[in-house]
Design a binder for this molecule. Structure first.
Ligand SMILES: Nc1ncnc2c1ncn2[C@@H]1O[C@H](COP(=O)(O)OP(=O)(O)OP(=O)(O)O)[C@@H](O)[C@H]1O
Length: 768
């Protein structure tokens, strides 16, 4: 890396000033357009709400008003879209004015005598003559900046592979329009600027990394061919960053065919969802959809309380081997295959149809439903047969509604309708005259009867005429169990399942198999619109859950990222094994595995300490950034440790914006909070929290997944709390959340997992 001479810096600063002036002019113009668009949206919207008073309660009304409403809605949507685009542009210009670009590449194409400089930033910007003053970091030519060393380089364009000569690569730091740092480099992206970026304090939420993307990260971001991309990356290696820049890249490259709503990211917890939410908007893109596994499951099991990973972890962190085998069986892809076989071979007499009740009497009897199903051709697949059955039931319900429309009680109700009730029922219809009075009465009667039987319609619509839970119980009864599970355990398991259903609870391990069974049997639950699924912290998902996702999102490409060493909930699995399992379970053609071994988050001393905890930690490369040694505070009682904790928090707060105290579980967090809240103003975070305040934070480790903090205090890493190997993932995850400072506290002797590191010859930690 070489420094740039002062004359060159001056002329670069002149160019920055020039570009910023151009951006300013464009920004002013766009702001005017935006104000105009905003005004237009308001007027179209108010027009819409006056014209489209819709009665959406009755299905018939919905159809009738649909055409007019659609037209109005279209107008509003277009106006809003226009406004949104302009708003985003204004925001992009604001970002560019602050820091218009971060890189420059000089390329000399074959046959040219001079090199052409190109500047790379977070978005493209062209002047009034269509000269590109800034190239978007995602443009094909920009890949050279991330990939190539000086000399002959190639890059992909829509027209195929191009080659050129890269004669200069320059990196800039520009803040508030001023160049603060500039280097010429032959490396991918040099360490100097990266060091500067990483040394800055965390401002609570994640920032984009486009100026300093590293080569392996770039491979993840720009992979457009894999159906299944698996990333094993050590803690702090930029997996989450790679996800977000990859989404921005995909959106840019498939502008016409992909939008942010067709991308779903499964996040480890809700805090994380907020933590990353600023990155895509800072790149001028809309956020993808985000959901946690717990929310995904509870949306699909309305009325049941689905156990979460956190519940399971809180309940029982040390599981007996027999129970572990049971869980492993339920969470395997083989188990999902057994479900699939079971549904395919299910004969009509074995399907658990159930009465559809109305006013405490069966409206449709299970036996009759079964007969409809049985009479359909057995060559049909279960889902089609089920759908036909459902349609027949709906038809029967409609006939019944027609009959009921002329019932005496209905006529009587009509006689007593108030004007308002009458108008509501008749809706738009009154505009057209009825042929006769009888017609009008019959019409009103049908409406009332439909309302009367609405619950039945809803039950049919939601497939409540099959009892999926007892179907699953039947499945469990007949399944062949592996010999690692005793018959007694299996019987108990069946009982536990049924009992939990009675109490409206669902065990986490039953979630994916049950959903698959329901979907296969009823033909519901699939979303073909989604084009990309991202799963962060994949080590916390079971293979069964992944198999279900593949089923539920059949057209999606999958990007799965994780770190097997950070498994809080299960044993470590090698990435290659995982890839093989997934490849077999997903039946994909193009699968790719990328490994990230360089860790960027923490200072060199912190990463050196954290990697020593792991048996195969040597593969982790610590990024060279200075900092204090991690320290360990050992005291012999809760009260003395709390005193030390408070003192430490207050000291850390003088330097850092956030200090996170990480505990093993919620109970421990609560206890710490009670003890230190008054003196430190600490915030206790729970699963329900959506935002990360500044100051001292207290949370159990599973809520800190994927997050990072300026300073971390790992609470009570004693022998008592972390007696054996099974806690390794927890301790490693705790240590690797720290960016600049790490403190460990212990009540009594430290955990044997840390003991070796504390006494290491290399002096990796300071004892206080
Ligand atoms: N190329 C990069 N340039 C600048 N900062 C980077 C780069 N790569 C990673 N970082 C920073 O390193 C930190 C860790 O990144 P990230 O959270 O994406 O890692 P991760 O692999 O998801 O970590 P974990 O598995 O431990 O949660 C973040 O602060 C991120 O901004």
């Amino acid at each position: 890396m070489s420094t740039v001479d002062s004359n060159e810096i001056k002329s670069e600063q002149n160019r920055v000033d020039h570009v910023i002036r151009k951006i300013q002019t464009q920004a002013d113009h766009t702001q005017q357009l935006y104000n105009q668009a905003h005004f237009e949206t308001r007027s179209v919207e108010s027009n819409y709400s006056q014209n489209a008073k819709i009665n959406t309660f009755e299905a018939d009304d919905r159809i009738e008003t649909n055409a007019e409403v659609q037209q109005q809605k279209g107008l509003v949507a277009r106006a809003v879209e226009n406004e949104t685009i302009l708003k985003r542009q204004v925001a992009t210009y604001k970002e560019l004015q602050n820091s218009p670009y971060f890189g420059r590449i000089d390329i000399q194409d074959p046959g040219e005598t001079t090199a052409e400089p190109l500047y790379i930033g977070t978005a493209s910007f062209a002047d009034e003559h269509e000269n590109f003053l800034i190239y978007d970091w995602r443009a094909p030519i920009s890949s050279i900046y991330y990939n190539g060393t000086l000399g002959n380089v190639s890059y992909q364009t829509p027209a195929g592979k191009m080659t050129t000569d890269l004669v200069k690569k320059r990196q800039f730091s520009i803040q508030s329009g001023k160049i603060t740092n500039v280097f010429d480099t032959n490396e991918t992206v040099g360490d100097e600027i990266l060091q500067e970026v990483l040394g800055q304090q965390n401002d609570t939420y994640m920032a984009n990394i486009v100026a300093t993307i590293q080569k392996e990260q770039n491979d993840i971001i720009r992979d457009t061919t894999s159906d299944l991309l698996v990333v094993q990356g050590v803690a702090g290696s930029g997996k989450t960053s790679a996800i977000l820049q990859r989404i921005a890249f995909l959106l840019y490259h498939s502008r016409q065919s992909l939008n942010a709503d067709e991308i779903v990211l499964f996040s480890p917890n809700r805090l994380y969802s907020r933590y990353i939410s600023d990155v895509l908007p800072s790149l001028g893109e809309r956020n993808m959809r985000q959901i946690t596994l717990a929310d995904f499951l509870s949306q699909r099991f309305q009325g049941l309380n689905v156990e979460t990973l956190f519940d399971r972890y809180e309940r029982n962190s040390q599981t007996k081997p027999d129970i572990q085998s049971l869980t492993n069986f339920f969470e395997s892809s083989e188990f999902m295959q057994l479900i699939q076989n079971y549904v395919l071979e299910l004969t009509p007499d074995k399907i658990q149809f159930t009465n559809v009740m109305f006013e405490e009497k069966p409206f449709f009897k299970a036996a009759d439903i079964q007969k409809i199903y049985t009479d359909l051709p057995s060559s049909m697949n279960p889902a089609d047969r089920f759908l036909k059955t459902k349609n027949t039931l709906i038809k029967q319900l409609k006939n019944r509604i027609d009959q009921e429309a002329d019932a005496d009680w209905i006529h009587e109700t009509i006689d007593h309708l108030s004007n308002e009730e009458y108008n509501n029922l008749i809706g738009k219809k009154k505009l057209r005259a009825f042929e006769s009075y009888d017609d009008e009465i019959h019409y009103l009667g049908r409406k009332l009867a439909a309302k009367h039987f609405r619950v039945i319609y809803d039950a049919l619509f939601n497939n409540y005429f099959v009892d999926i839970y007892s179907q699953y119980a039947q499945f469990l009864k007949q399944v062949k169990i592996p010999n690692t599970i005793s018959t007694a355990t299996w019987q108990k398991n069946q009982f536990t399942f049924q009992q939990s259903i009675e109490y409206h609870q669902l065990r986490l391990m039953d979630g994916a198999p049950l959903l698959l069974m329901r979907d296969l049997l009823t033909g519901s639950g699939r979303n073909r619109q989604i084009q990309h699924i991202f799963i962060d912290e994949m080590q916390d998902y079971s293979l069964a859950q992944m198999v279900y996702f593949k089923h539920a999102f059949p057209n999606a490409k999958f990007t799965l990222l994780g770190d097997s060493e950070q498994a809080l909930f299960k044993d470590v699995e090698s990435p290659q094994t995982l890839l093989t399992h997934l490849k077999n379970a997903f039946h994909v053609k193009k699968a790719n595995l990328i490994t990230l071994n360089r860790s960027y988050r923490s200072t060199y001393p912190i990463t050196s300490f954290a990697k020593k905890l792991l048996p195969d930690g040597d593969q982790i490369q610590a990024f060279n950034r200075d900092g204090d040694l991690p320290s360990i505070i050992i005291r012999d009682s809760v009260s003395t440790i709390n005193q030390a904790l408070v003192k430490n928090c207050l000291k850390e707060l003088q330097t850092y914006g956030t200090v996170a105290i990480l505990t093993r579980n919620m109970a421990e967090s609560q206890q710490v909070s009670e003890n230190i809240h008054r003196t430190t103003k600490a915030t206790l975070l729970s699963d329900a929290d959506l935002a990360l305040p500044k100051g001292v934070l207290i949370m159990p480790i599973y809520l800190a997944k994927g997050l990072e903090f300026d300073s971390v205090i790992a609470y009570d890493i004693s022998q008592n709390n972390y007696p054996d190997e099974s806690s390794l993932g927890i301790l490693y995850t705790m240590a690797s959340r720290a960016m600049h400072n790490l403190t460990l506290t212990s009540i009594g002797a430290v955990s044997p997992l840390i003991h070796g590191v504390v006494n290491d010859q290399e002096h990796l930690v300071k004892i206080k």
